[in-house]
Design a protein around this ligand. Structure first.
Ligand code: AMP
Length: 398
């Protein structure tokens, strides 16, 4: 069965077409500037040329239609016609407390995703738009929703509750939800395979370090705590998000700058993190370069990130009363060997011993700890699209 995976943003749409008989990637691409003018980059994986041109996309429906046109075209295509696509899997950011697993989309599921809009006002409306556009273009082809929050629904109350008046939880659903769940689920499963142990017997800490970053404590294959919270701003300092700060700061800033809370919240989301501290960039490659050239603030931003990751790993080792394996993934986790080394300097007390030679090598799923390290250190490239396609296949075949 061939499955189309869709990750819809407000003005963008990422896609992959996978052949789930062998989990091979057939094509991938990105629509951008939807609703503005429109641009499609389509990359077939069968040797056919890349299409990289402006295409009018007044709405997501035209974007999906353009994607389907390219997937089936003689020049750029990878399938003969639409009937070869058996199902569509969608990344949906917020499933609230309703969804602890992926689901086939029907009217009731759509209504529940709508209900979660107040919890993810930027993301869920875009996801809903993408699903509706696919319904128009694909008709009765089954569609599946895979939620970023679902994996974290196993957290116990002591981890997901905030110590604020209880009615804010019952009436307004204010609690820790966590994000990047699809990534944490995938890499923890791969780590268990690499360690050749049943995941049920493992205590793992997964560090998803990209432009957005979160850490997850996974005990026996189940999430027991995670660093992102009610929204993705919580936890580690990120590319542009501040991570955990004293909650009095926004009010203090409003009073002393004359800015309103929306402006300050926007700054905390978009102008903070390593960008805010360094004044250089949200991109860790730029930070490393600037730090090497002597930029103290860029070096400080990198140090703050490494320190924050290490502190959270320590907290989660305590939360699980032990740890067997620590996983690094996503753009920084997979590629920035120096950052991994900086983090691991803090972790020797746990019995996690980095092998510098292994850490310097590139590749797929791999150990970067010394052979006799009590706690295994691993790099596992994440693959959220594959999880979405696997869930979609499993649900559609059921
Ligand atoms: P992601 O959100 O997972 O796509 O990750 C994006 C982040 O990964 C950016 O901050 C990039 O700078 C970082 N990144 C990607 N490649 C590298 C690399 N080779 N070295 C260091 N950081 C990288």
């Amino acid at each position: 069965m061939k499955i189309l995976v869709i990750n819809c943003g407000s003005s963008s749409l990422k896609y992959q077409l996978l052949d789930m008989d062998n989990e091979a990637l057939l094509a991938k691409g990105l629509c951008e500037r939807i609703g503005i003018d429109g641009h499609l980059k389509h990359q077939p994986q069968n040797g056919k040329p890349v299409f990289d041109e402006d295409v009018p996309m007044p709405t997501h429906t035209e974007a999906i239609a353009a994607v389907l046109d390219k997937l089936t075209s003689a020049e750029y295509g990878v399938v003969a016609d639409m009937s070869e696509i058996g199902a569509v899997g969608h990344r949906v950011v917020h499933g609230g407390e309703k969804f602890a697993a992926s689901v086939v989309i029907d009217d009731a599921v759509m209504a529940a995703i709508e209900e979660c809009v107040p919890l993810a006002p930027l993301h869920n409306p875009a996801n809903i738009t993408g699903i509706n556009a696919c319904k128009q273009v694909f008709g009765s082809v089954p569609q599946v929703a895979v939620f970023d929050t679902a994996f974290h629904q196993t957290m116990p109350g002591k981890a997901f509750m905030y110590a604020i008046p209880y009615e804010y939880y019952t009436d307004l659903k204010v609690r820790r939800y966590g994000f990047h769940g699809t990534s944490h689920r995938y890499v923890s499963g791969q780590a268990a395979k690499l360690m050749e142990k049943p995941i049920e017997e493992l205590k793992l800490i997964s560090c998803h370090m990209g432009n957005g970053s979160s850490i997850c404590a996974i005990d026996g294959g189940k999430c027991v705590d995670t660093s992102m919270g009610f929204t993705p701003i919580a936890g580690l300092p990120m590319g542009t998000r501040c991570g955990d700060i004293d909650v009095s700061i926004p009010d203090y800033l409003c009073q002393n700058t004359g800015k309103d809370v929306t402006t300050i919240t926007n700054e905390l989301n978009k102008k903070s993190g390593v960008l805010g501290v360094s004044g250089v960039s949200s991109d860790f490659r730029d930070l490393t370069k600037a730090a090497e050239e002597g930029n103290q603030r860029a070096a400080l931003a990198r140090d703050m990130f490494a320190y924050s990751v290490a502190k959270t790993v320590g907290a989660y080792a305590a939360a699980m009363n032990g740890v067997d394996g620590i996983i690094f993934t996503a753009g920084v986790g997979e590629n920035d060997a120096e950052m991994r080394a900086d983090i691991c300097q803090y972790l020797t007390y746990l019995g996690a011993e980095l092998c510098p030679g292994c850490n310097a090598k590139r590749g797929g799923d791999r150990f970067i700890s010394k052979q006799d390290s009590k706690v295994k250190l691993m790099v596992i490239p994440t693959n959220e699209e594959l999880v979405i396609a696997r869930d979609t296949k499993a649900l559609v075949e059921k």
